[in-house]
Design a binder for this molecule. Structure first.
Ligand code: PLP
Length: 426
């Protein structure tokens, strides 16, 4: 079928009915193909994991540069040479960094549970002793952030996520409330919108007055070096901006090599003000005697330095950029100009954000499922899995092969149009 650039909303009832018949036929053909495709998994493909296979034979020694035996306990804040690499990538001082286990989500969870049980360095009391604790969540956002807050009994209030970060006016309107204790933010190539927090938005968020003296911004820089174009956007300097505006303890920065080396066996890190870092390490000291420094050392040997990480990320880009291009091509060729879908063309990260006609996202996901294409459940990028407009779908093209992405996305585009036509002709 050829794509028309005429918006569906300007078609007559007869034209819509005719088009519905054609698109239904295309959908029936799609179903008859008996596909088994999955666009839900925001994880590296095995070809990406292969890029780091040299790690399996490292480290070549068990002593770090100072001669410490990495096989033994100790060094709670991680191997200094690895902290230096993270510091360079995150634009912070190595002294501010703690390198930990394999998961940055675990570090975020530790920070939140510690705030709840003990309070932060500037908390009047542990958060769990407050009548209610709320977090600002920019939407659409990362489902696991929201699930973690729900699990810990932290209420979620939402603000729109714009191309340059969360809507600052909406954030400002909420932080007057002392029960609003923090917000989550993926500053670079956000999951799922690909938004990049601009230096101006970052500066405002770090400087704005908040009723809670211990307001925290969990600055989850999971995709800080995951560029898809030559424009290798630098993340805003959260710690520097916060310190300059008199709120050094506001941000806590997180990152990991989950989508750099091995998603299940990488290294995570946290960076924070001296006070926050000491606070975190004090809590951690009750839970661990030291991190996996053997893993730290093999990552140091593998990368050499931060430029080694950057060069490695360009190899990832070569593998996954064509998959992102395939998503855009499929959506453009079928849906451009119809006025029924908008999607992002991210310059980094792992996701494409697709907005369809209001009230049809669940239907699109259902149609795709019945045609053998599994999509992330509609609404999953919103707290409690509820998209008030039922229009948002998160696409994750990295794990399937390029051919699978092409086939799946051509199918998704048919489902988007069919759901829109069903609604327009109802
Ligand atoms: C925004 C964001 N943060 C964190 C993670 C997970 O990080 P880690 O593997 O370090 O726990 C992901 C994984 O998809 C993510 O998208």
């Amino acid at each position: 079928m050829t794509t028309t650039a005429t918006p569906l909303s300007s078609l007559s009832a007869d034209e819509l009915a005719a088009r519905l018949t054609t698109v239904r036929a295309a959908y029936d053909e799609l179903k008859a193909r008996d596909l088994k495709l999955d666009l839900t998994r925001g994880k590296p493909g095995s070809d990406q994991l292969d890029l780091s296979n040299a790690l399996l034979d490292l480290p070549s020694t068990y002593r770090d540069r100072s001669g410490t035996d990495v096989r033994n306990y100790g060094g709670l804040d991680g191997l200094p040479e690895l902290r230096e690499i993270f510091a360079d990538l995150l634009g912070v001082d190595a002294a501010d960094v703690v390198a930990g286990g394999s998961s940055s989500l675990t570090m975020m969870h530790q920070v939140l549970t510690s705030l709840l049980l003990k309070g932060g360095p500037d908390s009047p009391r542990p958060w769990s002793q407050e009548p209610v604790v709320k977090f600002i969540c920019a939407v659409p956002g990362y489902d696991r952030h929201f699930m973690m807050l729900a699990e810990l009994g932290i209420e979620m209030v939402t603000v729109p996520m714009n191309a340059d970060g969360p809507d600052v006016a909406a954030v400002r309107a909420l932080v007057d409330d002392p029960s609003v204790k923090g917000m989550w933010l993926v500053p670079t190539y956000a999951n799922p919108t690909g938004s990049v927090v601009s230096p101006e938005v970052a500066a405002e968020l770090m400087a704005m007055p908040t009723a809670a003296p211990d307001f925290r911004i969990l600055w989850d820089n999971a995709y800080g070096v995951h560029h898809l174009t030559d424009e290798e956007t630098k993340s805003a300097d959260a710690l520097g901006l916060a310190a300059a505006s008199g709120h050094p303890n506001r941000p806590i920065v997180f990152a990991s090599t989950s989508k750099i080396t091995f998603a299940g066996a990488g290294v995570a890190a946290l960076a924070a003000s001296p006070e926050n870092r000491a606070w975190y390490l004090q809590r951690l000291g009750f839970a661990a005697i030291g991190p996996d420094k053997v893993n730290h050392l093999r990552h140091v040997e593998f990368f050499g330095d931060a430029d080694g990480v950057r060069a490695h990320m360009r190899k990832h880009r070569e593998l996954i950029a064509p998959k992102f291009a395939a998503v855009d091509e499929a959506l453009t060729s079928r849906l451009a100009g119809l006025g029924i879908a908008e999607w992002t063309v991210p310059t980094g990260g792992y996701f494409v954000n697709l907005d369809v006609v209001d009230g049809t996202a669940s239907r699109v996901v259902q149609l795709a499922k019945e045609a053998g294409i599994v999509l992330t459940p509609a609404g999953s990028a919103f707290p409690h899995g509820k998209d008030p407009r039922d229009r948002n779908i998160r696409l994750a093209p990295t794990f399937p092969s390029l051919a699978e992405v092409q086939t799946a996305m051509a199918g998704v585009a048919v489902c988007v149009e069919l759901a829109a036509l069903e609604k327009l002709t109802a």
